[in-house]
Each structure stands twice: as C-alpha cells, then as structure tokens.
Design a protein around this ligand. Structure first.
Ligand code: FES
Length: 132
C-alpha cells in the first residue's frame, strides 16, 4: 500500500461521504453540511467519552476525515452509504457491538473507548488533500 494518498474532494457533494483506502485501512471523508457541523459543535465536553472539540478534529469544518475503523475491536462502522444506519448521533454505527459515533466521529454510546482516529493529512489546494 502507498504511504500517502491524494484525494480530489471537488466531486464530493455536501452530505456525501466517500471511502478511500490508506495504508490498507478505510478512511472516511465526509462533506458535512451546516447541520452536521452545528451538531458536532454543540456537544458539551462533559457528555463525551473521549472529550475532543470538533474544531480540533478538522482542518476545515465542512470536511471530516477519519480512519473508518471502530476503536473497540476494529470493525468498519456503517454510515458511508446512503441507506446505512448512522447511529443515534447522525454519524456512524458499528454493527459488531453497537458503538455510535457522532458527526465528528466521536464515540457517544457503546463499548468503543475512543473517537475515530483522525489521520495525518494536509490540504494541498482548496479541494485536494494528501493523507499520510
Ligand atoms: Fe465496533 Fe465492537 S468493533 S463496537
């Protein structure tokens, strides 16, 4: 597997999520709308299992980029496809043991101990990122 992956974000519409593979792992790219951003930013830190501000998990509010591997036992959470369940917090739902992640990819309910990992990435242009 390549150690870095470049992704053109321009074709990804608001509300759309795509999956790319980086170092053999799925990376979820979510073009968030205002509603998802507002929901992520409204959560008080004391309600979080693994407290992290949304602003510290993104470089641009409209783009959430996380490794799509559940921090419990490593299943791939659902939520990337339109008809997938998104869990109780509008993000992702891990079907293996029922972990719910929010619109910032933070764990909100279920056995996972940590938020979905944010990989190292950089914006090369306004609409291109390099992961890794
Ligand atoms: Fe996701 Fe157990 S692996 S909840």
């Amino acid at each position: 597997a390549l150690s870095t992956t470049e992704v053109d974000l321009a074709p990804i519409k608001v509300g759309q999520r795509i999956t790319v593979v980086w170092r053999g792992k799925p990376v979820f790219i979510d073009h968030r709308g205002q509603k998802e951003i507002a929901a992520a930013r409204a959560v008080p830190m004391n309600q979080l299992v693994d407290p992290q501000f949304d602003k510290d998990r993104v470089k641009k509010p409209e783009w959430l980029i996380v490794v799509g591997v559940c921090t419990h036992l490593g299943c791939i959470p659902l939520g990337q496809k339109e008809n997938d369940p998104h869990g109780d917090y509008g993000g992702w739902f891990c079907p293996c043991h029922g972990s719910h992640y929010d619109t910032s990819g933070r764990i909100r309910k279920g056995p996972a101990p940590k938020n979905l990992l944010v990989p190292d990435y950089a914006f090369l242009t306004d609409t291109t990122i390099r992961i890794g």
